[in-house]
Design a protein around this ligand. Sequence first.
Ligand code: APR
Length: 242
Amino acid sequence: MLKETAEIIKNAKFLTAFTGAGISVESGIPPFRGAGGLWERYDPSAIDIDFFYANPKESWREMKKIFFDSMGKAEPNIAHKTLAAWEKRGLLKGVITQNIDNLHQRAGSINVKEFHGTINYLICTGCGKRYHINEVDLKAELPSCKSCGAVLKPDFIFYGEGINPRVYQASAELAYATDVMIVVGTSGEVMPACALPLTAKRNGAKIIEINTLPSSYTAGVSDFYFEQKAGDFFKNIAKLLE
Ligand code: APR
């Protein structure tokens, strides 16, 4: 199956990748769902938009534990690096990621659609000023705007928030143009992101899924399913595509 998959990837006219938290697990970032997942340990309401505005201090306290403490130390792994190398040599057209960890970009990927935003920036809830994470004192109980004093919100999508329309459009266009999509490390449970592989599939794309467990795509959407860690798959497939 690996050789056949390598041929399909090699001959793709518009290869894309759709990634979820599972691609970053081997970089030390826990997934959200499944054994040891973040939502087993923390309450997702911490990143509910209404909760955030009503209880900014509590939300910030939880967000630091859920996101900022673990993502700061993570490094891109072989899966991120292989996708970046494939883009560089013109094999991969782009990545649509649900992840906010910036690891695709740090691995060298250029065309990355961050469907759920990024941990790298924060937005002022008062004047809209945008800050890079390095400009903000995250030790403060309530990170606030230097211009207007209002509380800062991380620039990723909270529950109850809409997807950035430009990112949504660009991601949908990528999915629509795809003839081979590699779906890596996602449970496929969160709309509207999880509909993107379906858009590709409906438009005739081959779906190659890598996940350590079956997902909502495995039975009826994926054409190839590798029940293994992303790192192992990319280590093996990269050798066949050197
Ligand atoms: N290699 C490949 N897959 C893995 C690995 C690994 N090393 N480790 C875990 N997985 C798989 C799990 O089996 C699971 O199916 O990665 C998937 C992670 O699923 P989720 O934790 O649900 O993450 P994701 O699908 O990205 O969640 C989507 O939910 O909470 C929101 O906004 C958040 O972007 C996130 C969205």
